[in-house]
Design a protein around this ligand. Structure first.
Ligand code: PAF
Length: 285
């Protein structure tokens, strides 16, 4: 397929291109691992509307995967991704490096101290995942030097960790969190949804329905009762296996058992269905 967009594979060429554009323009960065869907499209559209120039990176980052099987199964759909991007704007720069460009020596992540944000929920179930995310995002922020970088709230814990990364590494960029985009029946958009059967994909609306009911209950009920209710809801289904459901303070992401006034809370969930792991979350107040 032929596109007039610039598709760049090396840091050297990308840096040259960005230098040519000069340092005074507003530059947006949308980091992705490809297999783009409407959730990514909404990030890219927002970036285009808020910046003079946008870089979308497509890189399946090996150091954030916990096992080789998951990495190998990750969909690679570059032509379709380029088409989706070009339909938003042909003026976008696409950066698609090879693994050796990002990890020239060893394919291992840097180790960060995210002050505990990485130890709960996804961190508890996915060793080193956030060190891998931090490694690639730090590299992209240094190479692209964007004014703003865009991340989806579906991965809310990742978003908070990236905010922490820019704070501890003192990287001057505005991190923009973008609202979750959902399929018609409510399932949060994810590249993994493609692996679900049509029937289960419809039924998976159950995950968001559960989150919405938990949000309603949050106004009147206590946290432990809500957690018990969610666990029981999942016990009643055969299709879905609950990995975790937690209510946390949005700043520290520490799971709580009691509510305190003026603190913002969010509910987080991870579920296995047809061997696919899905996550979602909702603001509670
Ligand atoms: O959210 C993702 O797709 C990835 O974790 C990211 C931020 C592109 C880093 O590889």
């Amino acid at each position: 397929m032929q596109f007039s967009m610039q598709v760049i594979k090396t840091k050297k060429v990308l840096t040259e291109k960005l230098n040519e554009l000069g340092s005074s323009l507003n530059l947006g960065l949308v980091p992705t691992m490809g297999a783009l869907h409407q959730g990514h499209a909404s990030l890219i559209k927002k970036a285009v509307s808020e910046n003079d120039k946008v870089v979308v990176s497509i890189f399946v980052n090996p150091t954030q995967f916990n096992n080789l099987e998951d990495l190998n199964k990750y969909p690679k759909t570059l032509d379709a991704d380029l088409l989706l991007i070009s339909e938003i704007s042909e003026d976008i720069i696409v950066f698609t490096p090879d693994v050796s460009e990002i990890y020239p020596e060893t394919v291992i992540p840097k180790i960060y101290d995210f002050e505990g944000l990485d130890k709960v929920m996804e961190g508890e179930f996915r060793d080193d995942h956030f060190n891998g995310v931090g490694t690639i995002v730090e590299e992209l922020l240094i190479v692209v030097h964007p004014t703003k970088a865009y991340f989806g709230e579906k991965d809310f814990q990742q978003l908070r960790i990236i905010q922490k990364l820019t704070e501890i590494r003192q990287i001057p960029v505005e991190i923009i969190g973008c609202e979750i985009v959902r399929e018609d029946h409510g399932l949060a958009m994810s590249s993994r949804n493609e692996r679900l059967s049509k029937e289960i994909r419809q039924k998976a609306a159950f995950i968001y329905e559960t989150l919405k009911t938990a949000k309603n209950k949050f106004g009147t009920d206590n946290v432990l009762n809500i957690k018990d209710w969610v666990v029981n809801e999942f016990k009643r289904t055969n299709d879905f296996e609950l990995e975790y459901f937690d209510i946390t303070d949005v700043e520290t992401l520490t799971p709580v058992t009691d509510k305190i006034n003026n603190i913002k809370y969010r509910a987080f969930i991870a579920v296995y269905v047809e061997n696919v792991r899905l996550i979602d979350n909702i603001a509670l107040n």
